[in-house]
Design a protein around this ligand. Structure first.
Ligand code: GDP
Ligand code: GDP
Length: 437
């Protein structure tokens, strides 16, 4: 269960610089999977023993100079709806502006914790200037310099201090939690409606179990799970959904609260940046994945050749993670929608798959022997033993080795692929660790 922190403020105050600074605290510790580009809108921050998600609400605006007041107001409102803590960034060099005041007017009325971040306080003199921001009526400004990093640790402490307590999940059973995500008009509501339909007797709404997310319990045809309703589905029509920003920020909570995500694509459109952004959220949160190509009823040529070309195109765009199911469906005609649920359940089971140490070594050691990690400066790198970690949210394998630091990413990917070849981990990310023996 994650916490979401949103950065708001007018253009050029340093929101994206702050976003990069705060998400880098984690980057230094965790190596992002090779090949994934870090987008500037969404990242994970680790501080002390906690972790939270960070969103830069300005990150979606293409040309920040052209932002209209109205646009900023909308962004602030959506941040208030979705976030647990709001960082309101102002610029001490520029001083207080009318637009700052306007944003503050909205923020003062919200019941979420708001921190005024007085950025560009690069030196002592600038610190002195920050006093004028008391006038915003949102408490003590916290002086930082996003560019040189000074006092960002204090800011992180403060964020954790005001962060609401994580409520424990009130769900009765350990059932798979499945979220349907995707860009606007992909057919998410249609699919969810097709699942739960008019058969009200089979579903129970559990409102407000964890803040805003709603779990709908589903049991039918021997399948049991929770559907995580996304705010985007429930609040449809309340705000314009055409901006990428809305659909992405609204997917965050649903993705974080799920085990397996059903990513809806529209067969009549190609994969666009918005699809990729939502996919990247699923990946960053290490969730299970089922890709659904929806509106298949609208495609005239449904030959195997066409199916193959879709499949190849999707896997290429989502590489390097390619081991996930793709299903061609129609939410409208309900074609194959049951298959979607079955597959999601299968992915959930794959996430919990345990391979015995004996089987792992029996299979993997001969493979490694035939294709060992490349020697480094004449030193042989020898992997002696492999085991799966007992706990963890996703399957994790540890390879014990004499010189772990010289086993590089391409070889780790080789190991991962061999594991995937031999056991069914379709749809779930897995971790490969190399440790010293
Ligand atoms: P955004 O539009 O709010 O996302 O602002 P940016 O992060 O793009 O920053 C706008 C400008 O302010 C850039 O030129 C940054 O280099 C600069 N900037 C950001 N943070 C600081 C800071 O702490 N000190 C100074 N002096 N400049 C900063
Ligand atoms: P959402 O924004 O992702 O929740 O998408 P909706 O479920 O509201 O669907 C958007 C539009 O696509 C609506 O007009 C639906 O009727 C239509 N639609 C959804 N699924 C299908 C489908 O499988 N086939 C066709 N032809 N239209 C669909």
């Amino acid at each position: 269960m994650g916490n979401l922190v949103a950065i708001v403020g007018r253009p050029n105050v340093g929101k994206s610089t702050l976003f990069n600074r705060l998400t880098q605290t984690r980057q230094a510790i965790v190596n992002e999977a090779a090949g994934t580009t870090r987008d500037r809108q969404y990242g994970k921050v680790e501080w002390l023993t906690k972790e939270f998600s960070l969103v830069d609400t300005g990150g979606w605006v293409v040309n920040s100079e052209d932002v209209f007041e109205e646009e900023i107001n909308k962004q602030v409102k959506i941040a208030i709806e979705e976030a647990d803590v709001i960082l309101f960034v102002v610029d001490v060099m520029n001083g207080l502006t009318d637009l700052d005041q306007e944003v503050a007017n909205i923020l003062r009325r919200c019941r979420k914790p708001v921190l005024v971040v007085a950025n560009k306080a690069d030196n002592f003199e600038a610190h002195m200037n920050s006093a004028e921001f008391y006038a915003l009526g949102l408490g003590d400004p916290i002086c930082i310099s996003a560019i040189n990093g000074s006092c960002t640790g204090d800011l992180l402490d403060k964020i954790l201090e005001v962060m609401p307590e994580d409520k424990p999940m009130a769900l009765e059973e350990e059932l798979p939690r499945i979220a349907v995500v995707g860009r606007p008009n992909a057919g998410k509501s249609s699919l969810v409606n097709a699942f739960i339909g008019e058969e009200r007797n089979i579903v129970t709404d559990i409102a407000g179990t964890t803040r805003d997310s709603i779990y709908t319990k589903y049991n039918k045809f021997g399948l049991n799970f929770y559907l995580v309703d996304t705010a985007g589905i429930r609040k449809k029509g309340k705000v314009t959904e055409d901006l990428e920003y809305y659909s992405v920020i609204r997917s965050i909570r649903a993705i974080e609260n799920s085990d397996v995500c059903i990513l809806m694509l529209d067969a009549t459109r190609g994969i666009e940046s918005q699809d990729l952004n939502i996919f990247s959220l699923i990946q960053k949160n290490k969730k299970g994945l089922v890709v659904c190509v929806n509106k298949w009823d609208l495609i005239e040529d449904k030959s195997q050749k066409v199916i193959n070309s879709y499949t190849t195109a999707i896997r290429e765009r989502l590489a390097p993670f390619t081991d996930f199911p793709i299903i061609f469906i129609s939410a409208m005609t309900k074609q194959r929608i049951f298959k979607v649920l079955e597959t999601a359940k299968q992915v959930y089971e794959n996430r919990h798959r345990r391979v015995s140490t004996a089987k792992l070594n029996e299979t993997m050691l001969p493979i490694i022997e035939n294709y060992p990690p490349p020697a480094w400066k004449g030193k042989y790198i020898k992997i002696k033993y492999v085991t799966q970690l007992p706990a963890g949210s996703i399957p994790s394998f540890v390879f014990f080795c004499n010189l772990p630091q010289w086993v590089k990413d391409p070889y780790k990917r080789f190991l991962e692929n061999k594991i995937r070849d031999n056991w069914d981990f379709t749809g779930t990310p897995i971790n490969i660790f190399i440790r010293e023996k």
